[in-house]
Design a protein around this ligand. Structure first.
Ligand code: ADP
Length: 343
C-alpha cells in the first residue's frame, strides 16, 4: 500500500491543437505532492500549453487532468481556474503597474484572507516594500511579488512559466535558490517550465523531458542523466557521443571496448564525457584532436583509430597537447537499439 494513492496532478493523454499546430499530443504526467517538477523541452514543444491546461486557462481537445484525485478536465467536464487551487507565476510577472505591491497581492484574495498578504510578503522577504509600485522595484523583487501573489491564497500547486527569463545570470542563481526554500516553507507542489537544461537539472526533484507535445521521460535529474530513455533525450540533457556496434551473445564490441547488453542487432552506445578516461601513452592508438580548457575542467576531443570521436571531461590537468597518443577507458554507458534494424 502506498501512503498517498493519488498524485497531486495527474494528466492523461492530453491533446491540444491550435488550428493546424499540434501543441500537445498525448501529454501524460504525474506530479507528486511537495516536490518541484520541471517541464524541460525545446521551444514550441508544448510546455506552456501544458501549464495553461493544468491551470484551467485553456481547454484540451481530449484527455483528462485530475488534481488530488478529483477530475478537473475530462470529456464533458471543465472546472474553471478559480476552483482549482492552482496558482500561476507568468514569465512577465503580470503585475498591475498602477497598484502597490500589497494591492497586487490582495487582488483576487477573499476579504477573510487579507492576513495572508503580510504572511506572503514576509515569506518572500518583501515586507519593507509593501507600499511601493512595481516600477520602484528591481527585476528580482518584481519576481518575488509575483511569487507572493501566487502563494497568498495557499494553493496546493504553483505553476511557473519560465520565471527567471527576465533576470540576469547572477540574480537568476540567487532567486532560484531562494525560491526553492520559499516553496518548501509554503508546502506547495511546484511545476516549472524551462528550456534551460542546467537550470532544470540544478533545481528540480523531477525533470520531465518533453518533445513534440508529449513527455518522453520523467525522472530525478541524476537518473535522467545516467539512464536517459532514448538517444534524443540523452543528447538533449547533456553532452553525449554515440558509437555504433553490433550486439550479440550478451555484449557489443565498439572501438573503445566491449560492453554487456541484453540487446541484439545494431545498437548505439551512448558515452558521456565524464565516463571517458584518457591517459597519455606513447603506444596508444587514439590521438588528442582538440581541447577546450575551462579552468575547473577541460573537454578533450579524441579521435579513435577507426576515425570515430569521443570526448572526455577531465580535471584541469594534465594538459594534453593536440596529437598526443592516448589510451581510453570507459565507465558507464547507455545502450540503445537502432530503430529499423532488420536483424
Ligand atoms: P513551449 O512553451 O514549449 O515553447 P507552447 O506550448 O507555447 O510551447 O506552444 C506549442 C505550440 O503551439 C507552438 O507551435 C506554438 O506556436 C503553438 N501555440 C501555442 N499557443 C498558441 C495559440 N494561442 N495560438 C496558436 N498557436 C499556439
Amino acid at each position: 500500500m502506498t501512503e498517498q494513492a493519488n498524485p497531486t496532478i495527474r494528466a492523461r493523454e492530453v491533446s491540444k491543437r491550435f488550428g493546424n499546430t499540434v501543441a500537445l499530443d498525448g501529454f501524460s504526467l504525474d506530479v507528486w505532492k511537495g516536490g518541484l517538477l520541471t517541464l524541460l523541452g525545446p521551444s514550441g514543444c508544448g510546455k506552456t500549453t501544458a501549464l495553461r491546461i493544468i491551470a484551467g486557462f485553456d481547454r484540451p481537445d481530449s484527455g483528462s487532468v485530475d488534481l488530488n484525485g478529483t477530475p478537473v478536465v475530462s470529456p464533458g467536464l471543465y472546472t474553471p481556474p478559480e476552483r482549482r487551487s492552482v496558482g500561476m507565476v507568468f514569465q512577465d510577472y503580470a503585475l498591475f503597474p498602477h497598484m502597490t505591491v500589497e494591492q497586487n497581492i490582495a487582488y483576487g484574495l477573499g476579504k477573510d484572507r487579507r492576513h495572508r498578504i503580510a504572511e506572503a510578503l514576509e515569506l518572500v522577504g518583501l515586507s519593507a516594500v509593501a507600499k511601493r509600485h512595481p516600477h520602484e522595484l528591481s527585476g528580482g523583487q518584481q519576481q518575488r511579488v509575483a511569487l507572493a501573489r501566487a502563494i497568498a491564497p495557499e494553493p496546493e500547486v504553483i505553476l511557473f512559466d519560465e520565471p527567471f527569463s527576465n533576470l540576469d545570470a547572477t540574480l537568476r542563481d540567487r532567486v532560484r535558490r531562494e525560491l526553492r526554500s520559499i516553496l518548501t516553507n509554503a508546502d506547495a507542489t511546484a511545476v516549472f517550465v524551462t528550456h534551460d537544461q542546467e537550470e532544470a537539472l540544478a533545481m528540480s526533484d523531477v525533470v520531465a523531458v518533453m518533445r513534440e507535445g508529449r513527455v518522453l521521460q520523467a525522472a530525478p535529474p541524476d537518473l535522467l542523466y545516467r539512464r536517459p530513455a532514448d538517444p534524443w533525450t540523452a543528447a538533449f540533457i547533456g553532452d553525449a557521443d554515440f558509437l555504433d556496434g553490433h550486439a550479440s551473445g550478451g555484449q557489443v564490441a565498439t572501438a573503445v571496448g566491449v560492453f554487456p547488453t541484453d540487446l541484439t542487432g545494431r545498437v548505439s552506445v551512448m558515452i558521456r564525457p565524464e565516463a571517458v578516461r584518457i591517459d597519455p601513452d606513447p603506444a596508444g592508438a587514439a590521438r588528442v584532436l582538440d581541447r577546450e580548457y575551462y579552468g575547473h575542467d577541460q573537454l578533450v576531443t579524441v579521435a579513435l583509430e577507426n576515425g570515430s570521436i569521443v570526448r572526455s571531461r577531465m580535471g584541469p590537468w594534465p594538459v594534453l597537447d593536440v596529437a598526443t597518443p592516448v589510451t581510453i577507458s570507459i565507465g558507464e554507458t547507455s545502450i540503445f537499439p537502432v530503430p529499423g534494424d532488420p536483424s
